[in-house]
Each structure stands twice: as structure tokens, then as C-alpha cells.
Design a protein around this ligand. Structure first.
Ligand code: C2E
Ligand code: MG
Ligand code: MG
Ligand code: MG
Length: 285
């Protein structure tokens, strides 16, 4: 900090800033170690067909088994991983691990569910990303349409032709792409018309308010209609109540995930979920 101060980057000494910086550096070093030492794990949250109750897919969600702090959720470390570039090796690990799991589901069931992974902006834009994904899919022996990549609105807002070309190439290879947390960013609905996409995930923020707010319900209804017009599949996030599930289904939303159905599961639990009678998962509405 003293050196930086000499360069005029710090106008005055702020101990809380210093502490925060040291904590970030520590976190970064620990995460670096964790990625190398295999301290990351994945959980899988079922994505359910709201009509039939059958499992459509699982979203892979990363966790960090921290030696002192216990199991950490991604909100505690994704940002640091992005800033430091660690997200790239981490993302590669997530991709390969999730595909290995998808291959296991394929062996266990005839109609295998897809696996969905979250891809950060930095990871998507890293050199060789698309080639790496295609190679990982081939190595795992999983049909490409059993992989869904969740990207964010912020990626699409970048004025970068390469992103566009990459999306087109991924989809040509049969890999599917969804826009995650839809409605929380700044992409306009009309813009969506041009983006090469397969699915749209409605953010939990909307799901959690449709039952209590008529205005939100109208908005979500509109988003679903638009998505259908554009030929996009719709997946609602964060369904916690039967009333939310019922409204979304009535609006024509086909898929959903949330605590109402299941929290994120360990790989073993996900296999059990898959082999359990799907009809008991969702009782009739
Ligand atoms: P996301 O992609 O929107 O994932 C959904 C989040 O909502 C997950 O949080 C999930 O556990 C939580 N959730 C699911 N159902 C419900 C519900 O009914 N109610 C509530 N309140 N929450 C629900 P999680 O696992 O903490 O992940 C947070 C975010 O971290 C994810 O949001 C995603 O953006 C990011 N993330 C997770 N795994 C990865 C990864 O491997 N790579 C990258 N780049 N980001 C990841
Ligand atoms: Mg997601
Ligand atoms: Mg999401
Ligand atoms: Mg979300």
C-alpha cells in the first residue's frame, strides 16, 4: 500500500480499504489452492417440466469446501474468481465435472436430462472457450444438446462480434444457450429477437412477486409470450410456492426450478432423484 501511495493511487490511508484488499488477496490465494486441490464441488438443482413433473435437467452450482469457513456459496467467491482470472480454470473444471455427471445420468436413464452450467463473461471471452466446450462435450460422450450454457445479459450487451460468432458456433454444434436471470439486466425485449439463443430463464425476483403483484404478473405473462413467439424455451427460477408454479404454468411457462421442487442436490442425490418415480415429484394441481 505504501508503494501504491507513492504512485498517488491512494489519496489517504484508509485502514478498512486495506483490510478489504488483504482479505481479497487471501481469498484469491486460497481459491487458487482450492481449484488446484479439488476443494470445489458441484450441486445439481432439478429443473422440472411443470406439466408432467418430469425432470428436464439439472443446473450445476459450484460450492467451495473451505477448510475454515465451511461450505461457501458462489456469491462469496465468484467475483474474486472473475477479477483474478481464476474463473477460467474453475469454469473448465465445472464444465468437465458437470459433463461427467451428465454421462452418468445417461448411463442410468434412457431419457437423460440435460446439465446446465453458468458461464461468466470473462470465461466466455477467454481464448479458445468454444473449442474447449466442444472438446469437453466430445470427451464426455454426451450428446451436445444435453449441455445448456447459461450466459448473462451483460455478456450480450458488449459490443463484440466475437461473442456473436461464438454463440452461433456453439448452437451450430448443437450446444444450447440460455440467458440467465432474465429481467435483471438492461437488455430490451426487442433486442432478444436477434440474439442466437435457445432458452430464457426468468429471474427469481419475478417469480417471487407474481402471486402478490398484478403488475408483476402482467409483466411475466408478457415475457413468457414474447419468449414463445421467439421460439425460446422458458425456465422460471426460484419457485417456492404452489401458487407461483400454478400461475407460471397458466402463463405457458414450461419449466421451473426452485425449493418447491428441490434444493440443489449432491451428485448422489441427483441420481436418486432421477431414479425415483417422477410422478411423485409433482402431485397434480
Ligand atoms: P443462478 O444461476 O441464478 O442460480 C440460481 C441460484 O438460486 C442458486 O444459488 C440456487 O441455489 C438458488 N435457488 C434455487 N432455487 C431457489 C429458490 O426457490 N429460492 C431461493 N431463494 N433461491 C433459490 P447459488 O447456488 O448460491 O448460486 C448463486 C449464483 O452463483 C448463480 O445464480 C450463478 O450466477 C452463480 N454460479 C453458480 N455456480 C457457478 C459456476 O459454476 N460458474 C459461474 N460463473 N457462476 C456460478
Ligand atoms: Mg444459472
Ligand atoms: Mg439464474
Ligand atoms: Mg437468478
Amino acid at each position: 500500500v505504501a508503494k501504491n501511495a507513492g504512485k498517488g493511487q491512494w489519496r489517504r490511508y484508509d485502514p478498512s480499504l486495506h483490510t478489504a484488499m488483504v482479505r481479497r488477496l487471501e481469498l484469491r490465494a486460497a481459491l487458487d489452492e482450492a481449484v488446484a486441490a479439488g476443494a470445489l464441488t458441484l450441486e445439481y438443482q432439478p429443473i422440472v417440466d411443470l406439466r408432467s413433473g418430469l425432470t428436464a435437467g439439472f443446473e450445476a452450482l459450484v460450492r467451495w469446501e473451505h477448510p475454515e469457513r465451511g461450505r461457501l456459496l458462489p456469491d462469496n467467491f465468484i467475483e474474486v474468481a472473475e477479477e483474478s482470472g481464476l474463473i477460467v480454470p474453475m469454469g473448465t473444471w465445472v464444465l468437465r465435472q458437470a459433463l461427467a455427471e451428465a454421462a452418468a445420468w445417461q448411463r442410468a436413464t434412457r431419457d437423460a436430462p440435460y446439465v446446465s452450467i453458468n458461464v461468466s463473461v470473462h470465461q466466455f471471452r477467454s481464448p479458445g472457450f468454444v473449442a474447449g466446450v466442444r472438446r469437453a462435450v466430445a470427451d464426455a460422450g454426451v450428446p451436445p444438446d444435453r449441455l445448456l450454457l447459461e450466459i448473462t445479459e451483460s455478456l450480450l450487451l458488449r459490443d463484440d462480434d466475437q461473442i456473436w460468432d461464438d454463440l452461433v458456433e456453439l448452437r451450430r454444434a448443437g450446444i444450447r444457450v440460455a440467458i440467465d436471470d432474465f429481467g435483471t439486466g438492461y437488455s430490451s425485449l426487442s433486442y432478444l429477437r436477434h440474439v442466437p439463443l435457445d432458452a430464457l430463464k426468468i429471474d427469481r425476483l419475478f417469480t417471487s412477486t407474481i402471486a402478490s403483484s398484478g403488475q408483476q404478473a402482467v409483466l411475466v405473462d408478457g415475457i413468457i409470450r414474447l419468449a414463445q413467439t421467439l421460439g425460446l424455451q422458458v425456465i422460471a427460477e426460484g419457485i417456492e410456492r404452489p401458487s407461483e408454479r400454478d400461475m407460471l404454468a397458466r402463463f405457458g411457462c414450461r419449466y421451473g426450478q426452485g425449493f418447491l421442487f428441490s434444493p440443489p442436490l449432491s451428485a448422489e442425490q441427483a441420481l436418486e432423484w432421477l431414479t425415483a418415480t417422477p410422478a411423485t415429484v409433482l402431485s397434480g394441481r
